[in-house]
Design a protein around this ligand. Structure first.
Ligand code: KIV
Ligand code: ZN
Length: 515
């Protein structure tokens, strides 16, 4: 058995399904390019039958990234499989990932099928998929709560019908590490022709065991791991890519040298990009990539670190791509310096994009003495990877007050081609700004979340604002960064409104599906 573990990244599919992690096409493409640089083997780009938006993103990713396999998810039915193939067929190595549930509870209540009927469906739809491509992955949804002997029958049938990857999901994060490892070993030992397929695992994190279960499965013969950056995904998320990769590298002694092809120096940049795109900062205590992962506060620890870093560090910050933030660009830096630095950070922009970013860098450098790498990345994300705007903030004036007086805000906004302006009050300046904007656009979404953090240090730091809005069934996250937190707040609010508007349009043109 080979020691090489295939990394199947599902940030753009299972990860994107998590509340508030929705990405637009440009953002998905950008992340897909970053995943390619990170060295993942397979990108699961989406679930094409679930919406036209997903279909278009999978199609765009399939024709853009060429060094990795691109997978599309499909339920076990003709419509889903045809749609998945249509979306993914231009990839250099396309994969269709077809799934059906196998646990008693899912078969009885969700599918309303007997185990025999499910088994028949597996053979039928895997064989149908294999007419399109030899790269067929089959998943038994809720496998960890399925009868292991039924799984053996299902997987034997799937391999006989042409599946080349067999995935064992712990769909509800129920499994325990030892139990899950033994299940994988049992399935590999008992499935007919198991050597004709690669066994894979897909672990959810409901009990905080996603990474532990994945590692246990790899130690027991699985050779594909389905992972997401920062562990984003349904409910409590999926097993974290960065954790699994660095656990294998750090404890070669335990895992017998099994390893992935991941370029670990790209782990932090990848997670940071994702955090920017979905507007959710990386938690400080997140293993491997969190802000505190390499911070040492206690005196005893600092003393040990000064004597020998290995006293308290099992990974080096450099090995996961965390370097000191460099001061790179100032007021007098030219276009070429900005282009070169962006390329070093992994952003290759076309001329128009570079113009927009360069202008934003100059504006920022006028207000702020030093432009750091983090500032640059924030500008690229807000200038280049944003959805087409219906609403645009033109001008803003805010006045705060004390002693029971309300704050006031006046805002000038473009709504389509119309320039509109209004003033209003609020209990504080942010409330006043949001009230005016809401009146100007004629929408009254609920504000579910509002957060401000500073990207770099100092009182002239860029403030990064995230706003989450809910309107009916739709939610949208908006974000913006600016040295003036009121401007960042207004822009983030407008960004979220644009995303709600975009989703409205997508819903009126598209369709949606339930798993
Ligand atoms: O969690 C799950 O079971 C899934 C499958 C579609 C693989 O995401
Ligand atoms: Zn899942």
């Amino acid at each position: 058995m080979t020691n090489r573990v295939i990394v199947f990244d599902t940030t753009l599919r299972d990860g994107e399904q998590s509340p508030g992690a929705t990405m637009n096409l440009q953002e998905k493409l950008r992340l897909a390019k970053q995943l390619e640089m990170l060295g993942v083997d397979v990108i699961e780009a989406g679930f094409p039958a679930s919406s036209n938006g997903d279909f278009e993103s999978v199609k765009a990713i399939a024709s853009t990234v060429k060094k990795v396999q691109v997978a599309a998810l499909a339920r076990a039915n003709q419509k889903d499989i045809d749609r998945a193939w249509e979306a993914v067929k231009d990839a250099s190595n396309p994969r269709i990932h077809v799934f059906i549930a196998t646990s008693p509870i899912h078969m009885e209540y969700k599918l309303r099928k007997t185990p025999e009927e499910v088994l028949e469906q597996v053979s039928k739809w895997v064989a149908y998929t294999a007419q399109y491509t030899k790269n067929v992955e089959f998943s038994a949804e809720d496998a960890s709560r399925s009868d292991p002997d039924f799984l053996v029958k299902v997987f034997s049938a799937a391999i006989a019908a042409g599946a080349t990857t067999i995935n064992v999901p712990d769909t509800v994060g129920y499994a325990q590490p030892e139990e899950f490892g033994s299940l994988i070993r049992y399935l590999i030992q008992n499935t007919k022709d198991s050597d004709k397929a690669i066994f894979s695992v897909h672990c959810h994190n409901d009990l905080g065991l996603g990474t532990a279960n994945t590692l246990s499965a790899l130690a027991n013969g699985a050779r594909q791991a389905e992972l997401t950056l920062c562990g984003i995904g349904e409910r409590a998320g999926n097993s974290s890519l960065e954790e699994v990769v660095m656990a294998l590298r750090t404890r070669k002694d335990i895992y017998g040298g099994i390893d992935t092809g991941i370029v670990s120096e790209q782990l932090y940049p990848s997670c940071r990009l994702l955090a920017h795109i979905i507007g959710r900062p990386i938690s400080a205590t997140k293993p491997v990539v969190g802000g505190n992962a390499f911070a040492h506060e206690a005196g005893i620890h600092q003393d040990g670190m000064l004597k020998n870093r290995q006293t308290y560090e099992i990974l080096t910050p450099e090995s996961v791509g965390r370097k000191q933030t460099d001061l790179v660009i100032g007021k007098h830096s030219g276009r070429n310096a900005v282009r070169t630095r962006l390329e070093q950070l992994g952003y290759t922009l076309n001329e128009d994009q570079l113009n927009d970013v360069f202008k934003a860098v100059k504006d920022l450098a006028d207000k702020k003495a030093s432009v750091y790498d983090e500032d640059l990345v924030a500008l690229v994300v807000s200038e280049v990877y944003r959805i087409p705007d219906r609403y645009r903030l033109i001008n803003l004036s805010v006045q705060t007050a004390m002693s029971g007086m309300p704050a006031t805000a006046a805002v000038e906004l473009k709504v389509g081609d119309d320039l509109v302006r209004k003033a209003s009050f609020g209990v504080g300046p942010v409330d006043a700004v949001f009230n005016v904007i809401s009146k100007l656009v004629g929408r009254t979404p609920d504000l579910e979340e509002f957060s401000i953090s500073s990207i770099t240090g100092g009182t002239d730091a860029i403030g990064e604002v995230t706003v989450r809005l809910k309107e009916g069934r739709l939610t949208a996250v908006g974000r913006s960064s600016n040295p003036d937190v009121m401007v960042a707040s207004a822009k983030a609010y407008v960004d979220a409104l644009n995303r709600l508007d975009h989703k409205d349009q997508e819903l009126s043109h598209g369709c949606s599906a339930e798993n």
